[in-house]
Write a protein of this length. Structure first.
Length: 145
């Protein structure tokens, strides 16, 4: 199977999701490079490939005393593309949590782990941690005591 990267131009215009090998397959119909499908845009059309998106985000433990850390694990809905994938990381309480702003997923991998550090403070804080790509995002709550 050939690899198609985001933004690559292929030899036929296609609407919908397609698999690319020696021929293209869309919705069960296969056709060779150079053939046109009825309703296809035509030669030189761009095939848009959506980037992998976070499928889940888990925090372990999900409740920690201030000053301790938690491990975040992200699973993607597809393998990271050639060249890898950067995930954006954000949270809503910089007074109680520190996390990296980006995490790298190496090419071919479907998951990554990173550490979320917490600070001591008064009371209990529920902090939303979010990971995102251009394909989507997932969030989880970390409770800091």
């Amino acid at each position: 199977m050939s690899v198609v990267a985001v933004g690559d131009v292929v030899g036929v215009g296609v609407v919908g999701a397609c698999a690319l090998s020696d021929s293209f397959s869309c919705g069960g119909d296969a056709f060779g490079a150079g053939e046109l499908l009825e309703g296809a845009v035509g030669f030189g059309a761009t095939l848009t490939v959506n980037p992998p998106a976070p499928m889940s985000l888990t925090l372990s433990p999900s409740t920690v005393p201030g000053g301790r850390s938690a491990t975040a694990t992200v699973f993607l809905n597809a393998s990271a593309p050639p060249g890898g994938l950067w995930l954006r990381v954000s949270h809503n309480n910089p007074n109680r949590v520190w996390a990296p702003s980006q995490v790298y997923v190496p090419a071919g991998m479907r998951s990554v782990r990173f550490t979320v550090y917490t600070y001591r403070g008064r009371g209990v804080a529920s902090v939303q941690i979010t990971v995102a790509t251009d394909g989507g995002s997932r969030s989880a709550i970390l409770t800091v005591r």
